[in-house]
Design a binder for this molecule. Structure first.
Ligand SMILES: Nc1ncnc2c1ncn2[C@@H]1O[C@H](COP(=O)(O)OP(=O)(O)O)[C@@H](O)[C@H]1O
Ligand SMILES: [Mg+2]
Length: 301
């Protein structure tokens, strides 16, 4: 099968792993830097070009769209969808998952356990907002942050108040969230592919850090997750409509809660911690679903 991996570079670990997994399984992968793809939108003839040539014959797409390129990247995934080519994650689902507020609204509606969260743009009483999520310490998050970069722990009322006001002053949308202190700077990253939990790791933040992200110096370790945690991860992934996702779950005193669902989860940490070949599972998912979904490219649509 000709599989397009949409990624900025083959030097990225996850991209290289996906390419190698395709080759191992006898497929023909092509890495397309989605930033340099372009598309023509014409009646009945959606086309995609890369470096001057039309991209043809693709049977499945594995999108690895960076957070800074969500708009353009998802437009390209959508163009593949217009050509009726299967993508392991749909463009809509990627867009949904990139917006922390939208994701939490959907997860809450589906009845899943999430941290208590408030969203406001300009509250008359900031203190009331802070009190609504249990008072300080509270977590403040920018809506489209990633790798822990837009996540702040405000441990006093003063810090919380001034941080919220600073973001609003800059017109930046934020969530204010209950701080789940019993997590102790650790959480679970659960990798879901289709309707299966493929791998999981426990991430522990470095000393003095409440964020467990590996990009922030956190460490991944092997973990056996509970059935209810696996169930929650699957439900979260399906609620957002993702075929492949990394679900962040925190172990709280009231049971597991979902923090967020990532549509381009990094493979390095989780493969190392769990010993699972996640890349192979993603390629197998494309293999299983693409043939049924595709009306082949050459048919002219
Ligand atoms: N409400 C919270 N209570 C405790 N820890 C949190 C909370 N929200 C986030 N964290 C910690 O911060 C990390 C980053 O938060 P997350 O919502 O996953 O944003 P990002 O997209 O930046 O990874 C989480 O993995 C977790 O360790
Ligand atoms: Mg996260």
């Amino acid at each position: 099968m000709r599989i397009a991996i949409l990624s900025r570079s083959d030097r990225i670990y996850s991209t290289a792993r996906l390419r190698d997994a395709c080759i191992t399984k006898g497929h023909d992968p092509i890495i397309l830097d989605y930033r340099h793809c372009y598309m023509t939108i014409e009646q009945g003839q959606p086309k995609i070009f890369f470096k001057g040539a039309e991209v043809k014959g693709i049977e499945a797409v594995i999108p690895r769209i960076g957070a800074s390129y969500t708009f353009y990247g998802t437009a390209l995934v959508r163009q593949f969808e217009m050509k009726r080519i299967f993508s392991v994650n749909e463009s809509q689902a990627i867009t949904r998952s990139r917006d922390k507020l939208r994701s939490l609204q959907l997860l809450a509606r589906a009845g899943l356990n999430i941290p208590k969260t408030v969203f406001a743009h300009d509250a008359h009483n900031v203190d009331e907002l802070i009190a609504m999520v249990g008072g300080p310490p509270v977590v403040i998050k920018v809506i489209e942050g990633t790798q822990g970069k837009g996540v702040i722990l405000a441990d006093t009322l003063q810090v919380a108040r001034s941080t919220i006001e600073a973001f609003w002053g800059q017109n930046i949308n934020i969530l204010v969230q209950e701080y789940i202190h019993e997590a102790g700077g650790a959480d679970l990253r659960v990798l879901v592919v289709g309707d299966q939990v493929i791998a999981a790791m426990r991430r522990v933040g470095r000393k003095g850090e409440f964020r467990s992200n590996l990009h922030r110096g956190g460490k991944g370790e092997a973990v056996a997750i509970k059935a209810e945690e696996a169930q929650l991860a699957l439900q979260a992934c399906h609620t957002l409509g993702l075929g492949v996702a990394g679900v962040d779950i925190i172990r709280s005193a009231r049971g597991p809660v979902v923090l967020e669902v990532n549509s381009s989860p990094g493979l390095k940490g989780i493969e190392a911690a769990s010993g699972v070949d996640v890349a192979a599972a993603i390629v197998a998912y494309a293999e299983a679903h693409a043939p049924a979904a595709n009306v082949h490219d050459s048919v002219g649509y």
